[in-house]
Design a protein around this ligand. Structure first.
Ligand SMILES: Nc1ncnc2c1ncn2[C@@H]1O[C@H](COP(=O)(O)OP(=O)(O)OP(=O)(O)O)[C@@H](O)[C@H]1O
Ligand SMILES: [Mg+2]
Length: 216
């Protein structure tokens, strides 16, 4: 049990080192200390690792795909996670159930809105928080940053995915390819852009690759 819970109206309990919402079930958004204790014990038992207990941020959720490095870092169109697409009674989190049970290839949830409908000011705030996280954490070539708005309306970084999941089928929900498509990139172009970023970062680019490619 954590010695000091962050002051909050609700908490979210997550395994410290998983991804793809493993261990972040609908039931992991809790409102009492007793439930926190129960969920932490469940994380220890099922995942054999420490649990994170965070203040639950109840504002809008966004994810930002980033492509490139340094001055050429590109912010792709922002994706909003639309919780109204979840089944009635579901909690407003992008939970394990939302990713892997309620969202099926044959019946995908309309859970992404991209480009997210925001004011220009909010779009700038979200983008700059995402870029700052990418730089602060020394990410390379690509990443996807998950953020939510706090009660003050300002974005907070939830986490960063330095190796984001990518499903090539446009019928399947996958944030990075969704953002890439909104930027006019096919799946293949997006993957090649990641490789290109790595090649340039490592100084491996041949002298004049672009001209040769264009001649064909
Ligand atoms: N502190 C928080 N406040 C509000 N919601 C949260 C918080 N932490 C996590 N969530 C919700 O739980 C979801 C999953 O959490 P998180 O992104 O940390 O898990 P993950 O396993 O790393 O997911 P993925 O790798 O698929 O992005 C988030 O997308 C968000 O909806
Ligand atoms: Mg996430």
């Amino acid at each position: 049990m954590p010695r000091a819970l962050p002051r909050a109206k609700a908490w979210i309990v997550k395994p410290v080192a998983e991804g793809s919402s493993k261990g972040v079930r609908d039931a992991n958004l809790v409102r009492t200390r007793a439930e926190v204790v129960e969920r932490v014990a469940e994380v220890h038992r099922r995942f054999r690792q420490a649990a994170l207990v965070e203040e639950f941020l109840g504002g809008r959720e966004f994810t930002v795909a980033l492509l490139g490095n340094g001055a050429s870092l590109r912010v792709l169109p922002i994706v909003e996670i639309d919780f109204s697409s979840l089944p009635a009674g579901a909690k407003p989190i992008y939970s394990y159930e939302a990713k892997w049970i309620w969202d099926r290839t044959e019946a995908p949830l309309a859970i992404f809105s991209c480009p997210a409908k925001t004011t220009v000011a909010l779009q700038r705030r979200i983008s700059s928080a995402a870029v700052a996280a990418f730089r602060a954490l020394g990410c390379r070539d690509w990443s996807r940053v998950d953020l939510r708005l706090g009660s003050d309306g300002l974005p907070r970084v939830l986490e960063i995915n330095p190796l984001p999941g990518v499903l090539p089928d446009p019928e399947e929900n996958s944030c990075f390819p969704k953002a890439a498509r909104a930027a006019g990139l096919t799946f293949e172009q997006a993957i090649l852009a990641v490789i290109d970023a790595a090649v340039r970062r490592l100084g491996l680019a041949p002298a004049r690759p672009a001209r040769k490619a264009a001649a064909r």
